[in-house]
Design a protein around this ligand. Structure first.
Ligand code: ZN
Length: 87
């Protein structure tokens, strides 16, 4: 019976630490304001998101937070394509 009680106490302590730890981490991430990045004009850099599955290309003209979109269920490839002929 005493052993069971110890196990229960251990589990309770473990859960308490877990909850406090999670709350602490959440507080830290929430307390620090997320770094705001102003969208940058990158039209001149000729950056494209290319879908490796179907070949769809999206040109990136303004870049805010770097987050690669998905197409056909796969993350798109980031391709920098130097301009060969003047548009
Ligand atoms: Zn696709």
């Amino acid at each position: 019976m005493l052993f069971v009680l110890r196990v229960v106490i251990a589990v309770v302590i473990f859960l308490a630490i877990l909850v406090v730890g999670m709350a602490f981490l959440r507080g830290v991430s929430a307390g620090r304001p997320r770094e705001h990045i102003d969208p940058e004009d990158v039209a001149d850099l000729d950056v494209f998101f290319v879908c490796g599955e179907c070949g769809t290309e999206l040109q990136v003209t303004r870049l805010g937070e770097i987050q690669v979109p998905r197409h056909c269920g796969e993350p798109m490839q980031v391709v920098r394509r130097p301009r060969h002929q003047p548009a």
